[in-house]
Design a protein around this ligand. Structure first.
Ligand SMILES: C[S@@+](CC[C@H](N)C(=O)[O-])C[C@H]1O[C@@H](n2cnc3c(N)ncnc32)[C@H](O)[C@@H]1O
Length: 211
């Protein structure tokens, strides 16, 4: 598949992908099977994907960490850039059905050797997998998962971030209130950041000054 074909394949998959939360299952809503009531598989908008790709090419990180793989749309953008500069993408997803589709989608692009996917909750993977035990320094982190918990992940990640690390997070505009504790923590730690007014509002944070 070409890169463009893979992207549109994932976009179609995302439109069709419906899942039911544990509380919906407890209420029997999954049995009614009305897709309009189900949960969707969200992906970043295309322009955000292009932005991620561009930032990787500009910043030339070696190790990229993504929180929230879903079906792999953003991973495909990141790994496309990683393949161009010889970087590697590590990505975490806790829903097994999404994880399996994402692996297939990444394989379809031919970029799978640039990606190591982890199945599990972010907390569990950070604490218990080999991810943070490999002496890697992440110089680029893309956060697109459970926004109200980034401030809990940051202290675990901090010792594993490179001096010039960049953190990008989606939904810093439309869901910024949930990320407030994370913004406060970044300020406390002396990080410089701005929220770019594009798509859902993109957090661009740097350990050193944004110039
Ligand atoms: C907005 S979607 C990610 C979209 C993806 N980055 C893309 O653009 O294609 C968020 C994903 O994070 C996953 N997620 C949420 N909280 C998580 C957690 N604590 N641990 C692991 N995955 C989580 C969800 O299952 C979901 O697939």
């Amino acid at each position: 598949m070409t890169f463009e074909e893979s992207l549109s394949n994932i976009e179609k998959q995302a439109e069709q992908f419906v899942w039911w939360s544990p509380s919906q299952i407890a209420r029997g809503e999954d049995l009614i099977n009305d897709p309009t009531k189900g949960q969707r598989a969200w992906a970043i908008p295309r322009a955000t994907g292009e932005f991620l790709h561009e930032q990787v090419l500009i910043l030339k990180p070696k190790s990229i960490l993504e929180l929230g793989t879903s079906l792999g749309y953003s991973t495909v953008w990141l790994s496309h850039a990683a393949a161009e500069i010889g970087a590697h993408v590590f990505t975490i997803e806790h829903m097994e059905n999404k994880f399996e589709l994402a692996k297939e989608n990444i394989k379809n692009t031919g970029f799978e050797k640039y990606v190591t996917p982890y199945l599990g909750t972010i907390m569990d993977v950070l604490n218990n997998s080999d991810l943070l035990k490999q002496n890697l320094k992440f110089d680029f982190v893309f956060m697109d998962a459970d926004r109200g918990h980034y401030h809990e992940y940051f202290p675990l990640l901090e010792p594993h971030l490179a001096e010039n690390a960049t953190i990008i997070a989606d939904n810093a505009g439309n869901m910024g209130s949930r990320m407030q504790p994370f913004f406060e923590l970044l300020k406390e730690k002396g990080w410089t950041f701005e929220i770019l007014d594009m798509d859902n509002g993109i957090l661009l944070a740097r350990k050193n000054r944004l110039d």
